[in-house]
Design a protein around this ligand. Structure first.
Ligand SMILES: [Zn+2]
Length: 349
């Protein structure tokens, strides 16, 4: 899922995302809540209409940004108090409030409010954080089920159901992760995410946590690993049975001149590309690789031209989406069980 933090996947327009085959994008609840606000978006007909994206949208719970952007946050059983990174104003997020905001945005997939356990965290800290995440998951689910039919578009767009996914936490402790997964599955969410990864831990630990949790998640429901990863990682996790991933890496790296290609990572700023007439990735059929040279992309970065961010982002997104498309095709061809698995409910909307 390309990440559309503030109602936009940075540097590319919605029609370009469509042309690249993106079926779902992610919006960040924390950012949209602060600016322009969930109430204005609701009055504009929800996030889909506001940003003109008639496809699926997943919103995160706001938890991750509250924890990563707010050094002075105060956490209690009730919720989290934090200061806006924009103007310093004080806000209080509870599981119920996170659900209200995500319902108002009209997300196809909302995420339960969780506490993202930092890395490193000792076992006591991870256990305490896990206790909070599970209590908040229960409150999120109760509030979401009671209030998600409130929005006008539930009747305007029949068949567009809002789903709620839970987030498995537990730090880097496999037994805590398994315990969390088991309890969340009992609560019966629409899908399950593995969160709290890619927070600075070694890659083996990420892999170990995913491998510990995946077998406990119901195969008929979407399984989502949050915030990963490099191209080889997302391919590996998809082959392990992960259905969904999101990451700012392809878009953020693109804005810094880093391209992901079939030949590895390419820093397009490098002087060696100054007169290189070949396409960024000779094996890529994206609109950028079909039309432009490495020399031109390098020149755009050097000159500080806005087109640089756009073209680099288009290629990186095409590359990431292409990986997933290839894996999907191979899995469906090689494993009839995967091909016949029921489609998640949001896909039929
Ligand atoms: Zn390309």
């Amino acid at each position: 899922m390309p990440v559309g933090t503030q109602g936009t996947v940075k540097a590319v327009s919605q029609d370009v995302l469509e042309s690249l085959g993106a079926e779902i994008i992610l919006g960040n609840t924390y950012h949209l809540y602060l600016r322009p606000g969930h109430d204005p978006i609701r009055r504009m007909g929800g996030l889909h209409r506001f940003i003109s994206w008639p496809h699926a949208i997943l919103t995160d719970s706001g938890g991750f940004q509250v924890f990563s952007l707010n050094a002075l946050r105060q956490v209690s059983d009730e919720g989290v108090r934090f200061r806006s990174h924009l103007d310093g104003s004080s806000h209080f997020f509870t599981p119920e409030h996170s659900m209200d905001v995500q319902i108002a945005l009209g997300a196809d997939i909302a995420m339960a409010f969780d506490e993202c356990t930092e890395y490193p965290a000792d076992r006591n800290r991870a256990e305490e954080s896990l206790r909070l995440t599970m209590a908040w998951a229960r409150r999120s689910l109760g509030h979401f089920r009671a209030h998600c039919p409130d929005v006008p578009w539930s009747t305007e767009m029949p068949g567009r159901a809002q789903s709620l996914f839970a987030i498995v936490q537990g730090g880097m402790y496999a037994d805590l992760r398994r315990q969390c997964a088991g309890r969340l599955v009992e609560m019966d969410f629409d899908g399950y995410a593995i969160g709290g990864l890619s927070v600075g831990e070694p890659r083996e630990a990420t892999l170990e946590m995913i491998a510990a949790v995946l077998p406990l998640l119901p195969p008929a429901k979407p399984r989502y690993v949050m915030g990963v990863g490099y191209p080889d990682e997302i391919e590996q996790y998809a082959r392990m049975g992960v259905d969904m991933m999101d990451c700012v890496l392809p878009t953020r790296a693109a804005r810094h001149g880093l391209l992901f290609t079939s030949e590895g990572r390419m820093n397009i700023k490098n002087k060696r590309y100054a007169e290189d007439p070949s396409p960024p990735d000779p094996d890529c059929a994206c609109p950028v690789c079909r039309r432009y040279s490495r020399a031109y992309l390098r020149h755009l970065v050097q000159a500080g031209e806005p087109l640089s961010a756009a073209l680099n982002t288009i290629h990186n997104l095409a590359y990431y989406l292409g990986i997933m498309e290839r894996v999907r095709t191979q899995l469906q061809a090689g494993d009839p069980r995967l091909a016949s698995a029921p489609a998640p409910s949001w896909q039929t909307s």
